[in-house]
Design a binder for this molecule. Structure first.
Ligand code: NOJ
Length: 737
């Protein structure tokens, strides 16, 4: 038997596996294999188990289709050998892992990648992840996470691209392309899994796993676009989400999984549950027991079960009882086998066991990770141009994140190794005479005893770099927070350093937008690094010294207080928009008359605006936008809006600006967002240089799901901004007929 299978494998290679796996031939092979399978073997393909369980016998019996969470190539080959050489049909396993911002070489967490506004570097990052992970035998990653997140209390904002659907589309598609490469059968191609379908980021109050209430229109206008775009870009798999949307858990939602995903979007990939999200429908009170949950999820259109164990236990019985049809099972198995054929797993089931260590941390991988980290870091404040540091020889480096190699990698960097991390402390030592006084051992540490030592050391320093933020474990899945101030005594440390009178540069290294207003008042400059990964320290040192100039922009609104959440720039227009006359708490006279007149939608304590708007980020230089014009002021629906403008670098450093294009649809059949990002471009200019730039925005990109739930461009007046963030610039008006 073994010999025959081996011979068949060789034959397949000989006739050209690439061609075979990529053509319609795949479907023929799927049908041929399906016709040989017993019901038990079909159910086995639908079952995914995690490393740590005893599954070798089950694999041999054809009861496992996919494994997650094993990454040792020797172990992967061993289980694969059981599947390919010892199971009746020899169907290879698909090995999966959460490779969400790097495998060994860790890139900035996804929210940091989004801050680059650079899909090319993000695609490159995903490619590096794929090269390193597939070298271990992992051919399927549970990434990208496309959940729109507008509440920084939710720990998983770390894993997504933030609050904006357009940026989400660009980053999601870049990741899908990077992971999957050009040719799925290439052994370095790793199937992407777009997740979590859908609305998971809208969890009430930012509490992970919580309920969501999202209208169909909001789903279509805001939460679907990145999923649809990634389906169009060829994403091979999709994961359902833990949450319910309007009462229906996603894992049991046939409208989402069939009507939208399969019928409207034509998805022919594979759908997997999230970890036990089928079983969790029992706790939701949506299924009676695991058997019921299993029937609900399969009938809703979920092909593979991750770790509820319900499929393997109950599907046979459910088929026999007529609660699940054979056709439904066959379709699910088709989706799974199609994926395995597409990835060329039948031709290439094994991995070269020496490869993983050879490709990990390749110089070009580290270079890409560093470039991504540099581009991801946002300059929040730079009073008196204290950055880049000038004429500085000795610096005091302090704070719990200055030398935190593990925490700097960020959430879900399961396979990153802290011994490869370059911390700010290590990197800054190459440039300066460094005095190091950590003061706080970790971000939650509130022991201020050592502040004294740091104050004393500050006397010998020309400047102070305070690295604060969040340990990796304070963000990510299941790590929501209601208070977003710096933890422990970090703010006290910053204030104490300011009191020394030395220039203070704060570097925040965190998993989410924190509320940093009080800390800004206590420092001269602030760089914000969403956990920047393996090369984060070098990137930070390059920015502090001025070898690099910051270009990162905020992918999420920064709040003054967590009580403002959820808060996002592209919110629907209210009937009482900001009229610029906010009355704050202390402006209200005693016994003021009871009235709501003249009041707009804001908080009496924090006012109308956020701390920093979406798209915000400073540079060491300044940019000026001028001569912004459209070639036509009246356009047809099939036209392009041709935008011309000049961008001038008015400062002293060569630098990159992220030019952002926003549009507002003034009157709609439903209330429209106050602004929507419709395009961006990174432009590099020398000091004093002006570039004439152009951007063609298709009028069709102004379409939205209107009152009749049709995707249309509604005629009327629009405004357009070309600016460096979502709150700047002058509007230009145009009309669509
Ligand atoms: C649960 C998470 O929600 C999901 O994102 C992840 O891919 C799975 N666990 C597998 O680890």
């Amino acid at each position: 038997m073994r010999i025959i299978k081996f011979a068949l494998t060789l034959m397949a290679v000989a006739v050209g596996s690439v061609a075979m796996a990529q053509t319609a031939n795949v479907d023929e092979r799927v049908e041929e294999l399906l016709s040989k399978m017993t019901l038990e073997e079909k159910i086995g393909q639908m079952n995914q188990l995690s490393g740590g369980y005893q599954f070798t016998d089950m694999i041999r019996e054809g009861k496992v289709g996919s494994i997650l969470n094993i990454v040792d190539p020797v172990e992967i080959n061993a289980v694969q050998r059981v599947a390919v050489e010892e199971s009746r049909l020899g169907i290879p396993l698909l090995v999966s892992r959460d490779v969400i911002h790097g495998f060994r070489t860790i890139f900035p967490i996804p929210i940091g990648m989004a801050a680059t506004f650079d899909p090319a570097i993000v695609e490159q990052g995903a490619r590096v992840s794929a090269i390193e992970a597939t070298a271990s035998g992992v051919r399927w990653t549970f990434s990208p996470m496309l959940d729109i997140a507008r509440d920084p209390r939710w720990g998983r904002v770390a894993e997504g691209s933030g609050e904006d659907p357009y940026l989400d589309v660009q980053m999601g598609v870049a990741m899908v392309k990077g992971y999957q490469g050009e040719d799925f059968t290439d052994p370095t191609s790793m199937a992407a899994c777009i997740k979590h379908f859908v609305g998971y980021g809208a969890a009430e109050g930012g509490r992970d796993y919580n309920t969501t209430m999202i209208s169909e229109r909001a789903l279509r206008n805001t939460y679907f676009p990145a999923f649809k775009a990634c389906v169009d870009a060829g994403a091979l798999t999709l994961m359902t989400s833990f949450n319910d949307v309007d009462g229906i858990p996603s894992t049991g939602n046939d409208w989402l999984l069939q009507d939208i995903l399969r019928e409207e979007w034509g998805f022919d990939g594979m759908v997997v549950t999230d970890w036990n999200s089928s079983g969790e429908m029992i706790a939701h009170g949506f299924a009676e027991d695991l058997k019921d949950a299993t029937a609900i999820s399969i009938n809703a259109g979920v092909d593979m079960d991750m770790m509820s164990w319900g499929y393997i236990q109950y599907v046979k019985q459910l088929v026999e009882e007529g609660r699940i049809s054979m056709e439904t099972i066959d379709n699910a198995v088709r989706n799974i086998l199609r994926l395995k054929f597409r990835l060329g797993l039948f031709e290439n089931p094994y991995v070269d066991e020496t490869l993983a260590r050879k490709v990990a941390y390749a110089p070009e991988h580290l270079a890409a990770a560093k470039q991504c980290a540099v581009e991801s870091i946002i300059l929040i404040q730079n009073n008196n141009n204290v950055l880049p540091l000038k004429g500085v020889e000795t610096i005091l480096v302090t704070g719990p994140m200055a030398d935190a190699p593990y925490d700097q990698l960020g959430t879900w960097a399961f396979d990153g190794e802290e011994q490869h991390t370059v911390t700010p402390l290590t990197a800054l030592r190459k440039d300066y005479n460094v005095i190091y006084e950590p003061v706080l051992a970790y971000s939650r540490d509130d022991n201020t005893a050592n502040i004294k030592a740091a104050k004393k050391a500050a006397k010998k320093a020309d400047a102070i770099v305070v690295c604060v933020g969040e340990e990796a474990i304070l963000s990510g899945e299941a790590h929501s927070l209601s208070n977003l101030n710096l933890q422990g005594a970090q703010s006290e440390l910053i204030a104490a350093m300011k009191a020394t009178g030395k220039p203070v540069v704060v570097v925040v290294i965190a998993g989410r937008p924190l509320t940093i207003e009080r800390d800004l008042a206590e420092c001269d400059a602030m760089l914000y690094a969403f956990h920047p990964g393996t090369m984060g320290g070098e990137a930070i040192a390059d920015l502090i010294t001025g070898r690099e100039v910051p270009s990162g922009k905020l992918p999420m609104t920064f709040l003054r207080d967590a009580g403002q959440a959820p808060f996002y720039y592209n919110h629907p227009m209210t009937g009482r928009p900001n009229n610029g006359t906010e009355t704050l708490l202390n402006d209200i006279p005693l016994k003021a008359g009871q009235t709501s007149l003249g009041c707009t939608s804001y908080y009496l304590d924090t006012g109308y605006g956020p701390l920093f708007p979406f798209g915000y980020g400073l540079s060491y230089t300044t940019f000026e936008y001028s001569n912004i014009t459209l070639d036509k002021s009246v356009l047809n629906k099939s036209d392009y809006i041709h935008i011309d403008f000049d961008l001038t670098n008015t400062g002293d450093y060569e630098a990159t600006e992220v030019v952002q294009i926003y549009v507002r649809d003034l009157v709609g059949s439903v209330v429209r967002p106050v602004k929507e990002l419709k395009g961006f471009m990174r432009v590099t200019l020398k000091p004093g240089e002006t570039k004439h730039l152009m951007y063609d925005l298709p009028v069709s990109d102004l379409a939205f799901w209107n009152r009749d739930m049709e995707y249309v461009v509604e005629p009327g007046e629009f405004q357009l901004w070309v600016a460096g963030d979502s709150a700047s610039g002058e509007a230009i008006t145009f009309e669509v007929r």
